[in-house]
Write a protein that binds this ligand. Structure first.
Ligand SMILES: NC(=O)c1ccc[n+]([C@@H]2O[C@H](COP(=O)([O-])OP(=O)(O)OC[C@H]3O[C@@H](n4cnc5c(N)ncnc54)[C@H](OP(=O)(O)O)[C@@H]3O)[C@@H](O)[C@H]2O)c1
Length: 295
């Protein structure tokens, strides 16, 4: 095989293989803790709902958090009829309000069961050139995507550290790996999640706690209809969008294996690898084109 053929073959092998994108953690014992809980935020719809189903399917008992109370009820009913795990508690909470994280911590303490897995998934987009977007919506997005995620990790890690055991999953995005012109603040929040989570994973080495950063590409959820995303180049139901269930399956497998980064789907993995080797200018031109349909 000539040099170019060898290079193509190496890239192909790399993107076909889901893991590891970066080093795996040192945690290998993954059986659910007796009575241990899995908390999922943004669990009423989209990727969070699919994650709740996936964890329940594998026998995990859940605490579901979302601002959408009716949606939480619906997911709980689905899980109660279909899955091996159960929903121990639903918390209808707006994570951007002061005291939301304290309320979650209090509710967990009342359950008197250890939190084994924290899935910090809730997040929203704001789409459009920064000079035209609503600053209030962006500040609220930062409160959810960055502040609530950080506060929840901070508050709930202490118990895991005491028990020397736990799994943290943070939903970032491919938009956190490359800056996205037309979604500057959103991609900034996801770059924060990506960077914070990788750094946290390294800090927690040897503690029994792993941190998995989930980087989905465009996924077929309500996300595509909020925050101005209906103005983007992604149309609801397009073939290019991944099913949230596919994202959740990859996330679950990766989290249980202690992977540091999970990018569901080979096309998305190719984008992830390209983003890290291409000049940033070129990678940004590609993401601008994908998101807005323009160069
Ligand atoms: N879909 C994609 O293409 C994509 C790609 C990469 C990464 N992601 C990330 O994946 C995560 C989940 O997104 P998704 O696609 O599943 O979106 P989604 O279908 O819109 O689900 C988001 C859920 O979070 C809830 N939520 C919104 N604001 C909240 C708040 N302040 N407090 C508590 N819950 C709140 C929403 O409730 P309401 O509906 O009532 O507001 C909704 O149930 C996000 O972090 C997103 O950035 C998504």
């Amino acid at each position: 095989m000539d040099g170019r053929g060898e290079l193509v073959s190496r890239v192909y092998r790399r993107v076909r293989r889901p893991i590891p994108l970066v080093a795996e953690s040192d945690v290998d014992d993954r059986a659910p803790l007796e009575g241990g809980l899995t908390l999922v935020t943004g669990a009423a719809s989209g990727i969070g709902r699919a994650l709740a189903h996936e964890f329940a399917r594998h026998g995990h008992d859940l605490v579901l958090v979302d601002v959408d109370e009716a949606g939480l009820e619906a997911v709980t009913d689905e899980i109660d009829t279909l899955a091996a795990g159960t929903v121990s508690l639903q918390l209808a909470i707006d994570l951007t309000t002061p005291g939301a994280v304290d309320d979650i911590e209090t509710a967990l303490a009342e359950l008197e069961a250890p939190l084994e897995i924290l899935v910090n998934n809730a997040g929203v987009p704001v789409y459009g050139p920064f000079s035209t977007t609503d600053g209030g919506a962006e500040r609220e997005m930062i409160r959810l995507n960055v502040e609530a995620l950080t506060r929840l990790s901070d508050g709930l890690l202490a118990g895991m550290l005491e028990r020397e055991r736990g799994i943290v999953v943070h939903t970032a995005s491919l938009a956190g790996v490359v800056p996205v012109p037309t979604a500057a603040v959103y991609s900034g929040t996801k770059a924060y999640v990506y960077s914070f989570s990788l750094a946290l994973a390294a800090e927690l080495e040897g503690t029994g706690i792993s941190v998995t950063t989930l980087c989905p590409g465009e996924t077929d959820t309500g996300f595509m209809n909020r925050g101005g995303m209906d103005e983007s180049a992604f149309t609801d139901g397009s073939d290019a969008l991944m099913a949230p269930e596919t994202v959740a399956r990859a996330a679950y497998a990766g989290a249980m294996a202690g992977e540091r980064v999970v990018v569901p789907g080979w096309r998305n993995r190719l984008r992830y690898h390209l983003a890290r080797v291409l000049p940033t200018r070129v990678a940004m031109a590609i993401s601008r084109r994908l998101w807005s349909g323009t160069r």
